[in-house]
Design a protein around this ligand. Structure first.
Ligand SMILES: C=CC1=C(C)c2cc3[nH]c(cc4nc(cc5[nH]c(cc1n2)c(C)c5CCC(=O)O)C(CCC(=O)O)=C4C)c(C)c3C=C
Ligand SMILES: [Fe+2]
Ligand SMILES: [Fe+2]
Length: 368
């Protein structure tokens, strides 16, 4: 039996609970100057690039920012929507929906989101929560697989922020959920849904964002967590080892990154006479530049030019109901012990508040 705190009317007095969904962040506009600002903040993070600072300062400011900002801006322009960058649009919708899904499970929590780089920044969101009286904060990163470059960088930003705060709230941080049943199930449903309309491929390629190989050798568990996700998904789909392939994308710079590289792997598949592949990116919970442009455009071209016949990109989990259920389950497991359960007499009214958030979801066009 599950344990929930006694019905309690003092929520307002003893402080409220908030869940903060954290993701990477994105430029404010698909323009050179905005992309430069974003890349500068991102690539100056010591968790992301471990090159000694004076050397890296020269490379970053002398080569990378001048050349990459314009190129990346063009790529961003190709995926930008009327509401903004896909990553931000999806993250915002996920936060709205998560409140509704947690509300349906009986939890009275506020849900918001922040971005590690760009806006809304982690300090601005945590300051706002403090001003609004939230005294328990659950940090949930949009990275199923832990990496020092992403998850730990989120943690750094949260800790750094609270170093400046006298009265720090109670904090919990989720490290990973790469093998969580509900997450794997959401991925499985997404693949099956795709196969129901398009039939099955010869090979399912599972492409994860890459890392410098040196990070793995220094102890980053990301690589292993990606493989575990892939194995669990393959098992759930009943795929044998020759029916799927794990690859790593988005290599940057000259150093070796995790292999096999997605673009090389799909070319090889085409050369080996594989006619159709489907590509899924299980490490991204929301479509973004890396999936919509790199995979669905560039890698597609790589496969077709090398002789492949059919390429299908399976979208990220985005706002799919099975994913929002999974996210609610993951959050719930980390909320245990905090007095978030709606009280009996307040329940109906607060359930309605949860439903208001679902109607807000409808307004923004997210599926329920
Ligand atoms: C230079 C090193 C990089 C490391 C290490 C890295 C790790 C890493 N990144 C993600 C998720 C995303 N990355 C995205 C974009 C992106 N990533 C890098 C570099 C590194 N990432 C750059 C320079 C960029 C910007 C775009 C470009 O110029 O190519 C995104 C998309 C953001 C968007 O706005 O849509 C995501 C998401 C993970 C999960 C990860 C390590 C596990
Ligand atoms: Fe990245
Ligand atoms: Fe990329």
């Amino acid at each position: 039996m599950r344990f929930y705190p006694e019905p309690d009317y003092s929520h307002g007095k003893i402080g409220k609970t908030a869940v903060v969904l954290l993701n990477l962040g994105t430029p404010d506009a698909p323009e050179r100057s905005a992309v430069r600002r974003y890349l500068k903040q991102f690539l100056w993070d010591r968790r992301v690039v471990e090159v000694p600072r004076p050397v890296w300062w020269l490379i970053l400011n002398g080569i990378i920012l001048p050349f990459r900002s314009g190129q990346s801006a063009k790529k961003y322009a190709s995926i930008w929507t009327k509401d903004g960058s896909p990553l931000k649009v999806h993250t915002e919708k996920q936060a709205v929906l998560l409140k509704g899904y947690l509300g349906e499970r009986g939890h009275e929590v506020h849900v918001t989101y922040a971005m590690r780089y760009g806006s809304p920044s982690i300090p601005s969101v945590l300051n706002k929560l403090k001003a609004e009286g939230y005294e328990r904060i659950l940090i949930l990163s949009g990275y199923p697989q832990y990496s020092a470059t992403t998850t730990a960088s989120n943690f750094d930003a949260v800790f750094q922020h609270y170093q400046q705060v006298r009265n720090v709230p109670e904090l919990r941080l989720v490290k990973n959920y790469h093998d969580h049943d509900a997450y794997i199930e959401a991925l499985r449903q997404s693949v099956l849904k795709h196969w129901q309309t398009h039939g099955r491929p010869e090979k399912l390629v599972m492409s994860f964002h890459g890392l410098p190989k040196a990070f793995l050798l220094r102890g980053d568990p990301y690589h292993c967590e990606c493989y575990k996700t892939a194995r669990l998904l393959a098992e759930k789909l009943g795929l044998s080892k020759d029916q799927y392939l794990v690859t790593f994308q988005s290599r940057l710079g000259r150093a070796e990154w995790l292999q096999p590289y997605t673009s090389n792997a799909v070319k090889e598949l085409a050369q080996q006479d594989t006619k159709r592949i489907d590509v899924i990116c299980p490490g991204f919970i929301a479509d973004c530049l890396e999936t919509l442009e790199e995979i669905a455009m560039e890698v597609r071209e790589d496969f077709l030019h090398a002789g492949g016949k059919e390429f299908n990109y399976i979208p990220c989990l985005n706002e799919s109901p099975s994913w929002l259920r999974a996210l609610a389950e993951i959050a719930e497991q980390h909320l245990i012990g905090w007095p978030t359960m709606m009280t009996v007499s307040l329940r109906d009214e607060q359930k309605q508040q949860a439903l208001i958030s679902r109607s807000e979801a409808k307004r923004i066009g997210a599926p329920l």
